[in-house]
Design a protein around this ligand. Sequence first.
Ligand code: FES
Length: 578
Amino acid sequence: MRETRNRLSPEELRSYRWFGRDDVRSFGHRSRAKQMGYGPADYTGKPVIAIVNTWSDLNPCHSHFRDRAEEVKRGVWQAGGFPVELPALSISETYMKPSPMMYRNFLAMEVEELLRSQPIDGAVLMGGCDKTTPGLLMGAISMDLPAIYLPAGPMLRGNWNGQVLGSGSDVWKYWAERCAGNITESTWSEMEEGIARSPGHCMTMGTASTMTALAETLGLTLAGASSIPAVDANHSRMATNCGRRIVEMVWEDLRPSEVLSVESFENAITADMALGGSTNAIIHLVALAGRARIKLDLRSFDEISQRTPMLANIRPSGEYLMEDFYYAGGLRALLAQIRDLLRLDSLTVSGLTLGESIGEAQVHHPEVIRPVDRPVGRAGGTAILFGNLAPRGAVIKPTAAEERLLQHTGPAVVFEDYNDMAARIDDEDLPVDENSVLVLKSAGPLGGPGMPEWGMLPIPRKLLRRGVRDMVRISDARMSGTAYGACVLHVAPESHIGGPLALVRDGDLIELDVPERRLNLRVSAEEMERRRTQWQPPPPRYDRGFGALYIEHVTQADEGCDFDFLHAGGETSEPEIH
Ligand code: FES
């Protein structure tokens, strides 16, 4: 439990500068509140709580957020606060192109400035679809006002003719079967009816489920919040509890900077490994830590992975879905299994320590959340590779790959970019077999642009027909957390800026050795140097707009793909009010 401190007085509220003073600007602020129908009893001396809502008609994962925002408001009013709803960019993983990842930093900037420029004392941040969790949290960490994260919750299990379907994972699986000619068009369209059947984010252990669970482990949600399905009545009650709690947090002046620490990030990495979480979490955690002025080295992910058993039996690495995970006890029950690996004294937004939040949580279904002595995998779900092909690191999720490919050497089949791959991958004359290593260039933070989730390159159709379902694939792209396969991702530095991946040619031998954490191109240093002198940088992709800002400032995957100017420099001052 956090030590009790002096509570703020109403005059110490940040919003007092806008509403409380006897000057001409405060007159304007109060009279405009009255224009909206609010009187002094609504706002005088009360914490102003921003409900940052990433609802949009084009974000199916957040389609319940209008209701949830009202439920948060109910809690804020009950606790004596003044709720104001602020819409923020709804990064829809489904619809935003060229890659939603391009917009994560944009959301972070928007959140930071929404909170800074207006009379806000604390915030409830509503997100869940992949990039919204890190985007909202990065902005809130930088602004450092009291904040609670309200996770959208996973959607219900998919259903097709009585069979369970999982977001993403089963799309890739059955699409491969369709390409192999094993399922019909009508079966495929029946699946379309049943794979997404309620509000909520993807219900596999993709990026959304991973990042909301990590937000909880970091201490930024109420206990147990991240596992509740979006349409469960407990989710509504959790929303109202967020509203009540954030008002208290403002009086207690409990800010993200007090909650976050090196230890809380190590807890989050440990949870990520026990969950078999998305590879995307690595990039987002590095970026989040950067905002908290903590440097996470990629090697720490590997070290923690080695000592953490993977316990969550959730697709794509396991069998079940997030709805099952909730009924099995949810994240608190999983964390209870790995207590010994966690720093239980880390603080959470509830004012309790992580250990107190976990409490006596029990596992109700030991097939879904396995015990430590019967894990899904002896080590965590992520390995970090280094070598002459990835001097600054690359990532693989061995638990989602065929075992035989984890030590593999094969000849490269190189695609210069996504369009090149799309044009040739199914060419019957493509010189490729199951031992080949598929290489995709120009898919990184700058090359994609936005590091799209192209890392699970499709298996060529002629190999699908022969029963091949996994191959070694290498790129500077990311991969959907719902995807699977022997896919080496996040190769840094990326090919677009002349990283070694740019120099790979057809037929070069590539060695992947996951147990030894190696990724090497078997080409001599002299030959690599010769190729480097011939390499021409591609022209910039944007010369105006947000794209131009993005390409000027985005960092590489090992640095979290944040903008350089957002994690540099000192404090940003409070706005003057004149
Ligand atoms: Fe929103 Fe998957 S599309 S979480």
